[in-house]
Design a binder for this molecule. Sequence first.
Ligand code: SF4
Length: 204
Amino acid sequence: MNDADFAVGDMLDGIEAAQAAGLAPLKVNMVVKRGTNDQEIVPMASHFKGTGAILRFIEYMDVGVSNGWNMSEVLPSAQVVGRIDAHFPLEPLEAHSAAETAQRWGYRDGGGEIGVISSVTRAFCGSCIRARLSTEGKLYLCLFAVSGHDLRGLIRGGTSDDEVATAIARIWEARGDRYSQLRGSASVQARENAPRVEMSYIGG
Ligand code: SF4
């Protein structure tokens, strides 16, 4: 899915070119939106199975405010795994690290692996190490943050690298972000007037 009229064939060509250039392991992300593209889950799995690319299915999230997110359009990852397993039997794989966002599943026939990122139905804020730096030099500590921490002012003010590192560490240590765990709660609803940062602004 994209809003730039970019053809699927061109995207697939790009992925093949990346593999031919030796980029590995290549990860391909598919945001699943129920009723829009969930019929493509099994065809996508079939396409990438055995190619070495790791296809990762991401639950549709309420990032930013421009996508008109609705919970009814979220297809839980458990159903994604179930649909694929019915065609190509899967088995769970160990995580590479505690902070890994995707749960790994391997094809029982050795055809590679897939991942599911269950940001909505199985929040993993407790092990989250996500931070994004905007092109304006603002450090965002959560994909759902409403504001960032200004690093540009520090850097342009002549602050040394060590002092910037110390400032970043201090910001990180004070972090309490856990939006996905609080989604739907009163505290999140209370801040609905403050627009969340758009994913396109901080990088996916
Ligand atoms: S909601 Fe924020 S804190 Fe939780 S996993 Fe996502 S980015 Fe990390």
